[in-house]
Write a protein that binds this ligand. Sequence first.
Ligand code: JB2
Length: 210
Amino acid sequence: MSKKQLVLIGGGGHCKSVIEAIKLDENIDFIGIVDAQKLDEVAGIAYLSDDSILPDLVNQHYHFLICVGNIGAPTLRIKLFEKIRGLHGLFAIGIAPNATVAANSNIGDGTVIMQQAIVNSEVIIGQNCIINTRALIEHETMIGDHVHVSTGAIINGQCHIGNNCFIGSGAIVGNNISIASNTIIGAGSIVLKDIKEAGTYFGHPARKFK
Ligand code: JB2
């Protein structure tokens, strides 16, 4: 199998974590990093240019991963994803070699599964998501596009997480729970009832904050 030639978009903190997560994947060749500001190399990967270089990189048939995080608002992640999609660019799927991903799960383009995350049987994850370090996604759960399940969060079985949600570090979502698109769940919160109205929810049990 030929190696996937990969360009990373955004060279900040999340990018460093992504490089660490996937650098041992022998099927990846890092081409470099595109960032709005000029950088030196990031975790050993070369800086290429700002976004004006994207059409040229798409023409090279490189694959892309958006590497800006999504703490709360996914606006920049979505903007960059749509920009590359508008150019007909190809997206990679990044899976850390030490993550566990069920063979019968379905992972969308541009999604990254970080170190020691677990994606269990028949899970469906949309495009441009972050399943962050040590997150657990249990059986038959469906996750929309542009969702960030942060470090150590647990989404139990048969849940439905809408588009653009942010599930904070260490949060727990009970079995068979639906969470409306565009919802933020604060770190450490516990969600045991469906969330039908988008907003920011905190606590145990999680309550609407705004
Ligand atoms: O339009 C843009 C653009 N705007 C900002 N195009 C490109 N190509 N890059 C852009 N950036 C770059 O994204 C910034 O210049 C900066 O280098 C990078 C964002 O880095 P930062 O470290 O600020 O955030 P992050 O998204 O990598 O990490 C956040 O989310 C992670 C999940 C942090 O909060 C981390 O602590 C967190 N772990």
